[in-house]
Write a protein of this length. Structure first.
Length: 153
């Protein structure tokens, strides 16, 4: 069974989704997921608290069980994103190299775009090779806000 709830944050409304074991989604904007029950479970409560701490600049890493749903390649990319330290960025090429597939920059970009657990799996920390911010599922203003939050700007 899946459960979901919403919260307000400095980057707008967020919908957090979980099952009995782990967080499975974090989406921008409040919308009802296609499946699941709206219910604030202890895990959703914990995730919301950690997100609030992060948004307040008091938390640099998350301590939550995660279960993103995707292909094996996508999961490799998402695991590599978890290794990007708070306040730092990596390029798509850096991530491709980190997963042992240096020519997969474009595929890394697509996997990054499909990250189902935004913020917690920090896809906002991935930038273009030339330092450009490129795209972000929540929109570039949110990406800028999250990067500025982490760098103290």
């Amino acid at each position: 069974m899946k459960y979901w709830d919403t919260m307000e944050s400095r980057v707008g409304a967020l919908t957090i989704i979980c099952d009995e074991e782990a967080i499975t989604g974090l989406e921008f904007l409040v919308k009802e997921p296609l499946e699941g029950i709206k219910k604030r479970t202890p895990l959703l409560e914990r995730a919301a608290l950690q997100l609030e701490e992060y948004m307040d600049g008091k938390r640099k890493s998350f301590d939550l069980p995660l279960k993103p749903e995707g292909t094996e390649f996508q999961k490799k990319v998402w695991n590599a994103l978890l290794d990007i330290p708070y306040g730092e960025t990596r390029s798509y090429k850096d991530i491709a190299v980190a997963i042992g597939n240096p020519k997969a920059c474009r595929a890394v970009g697509m996997a990054n775009n499909r990250n189902p657990i935004s913020i917690i799996i920090p896809c906002h920390r991935v930038i273009g090779a030339n330092g450009s911010l490129v795209g972000y599922g929540g929109g570039l203003p949110i990406k800028i806000e999250l990067l500025n939050l982490e760098t103290g700007k």
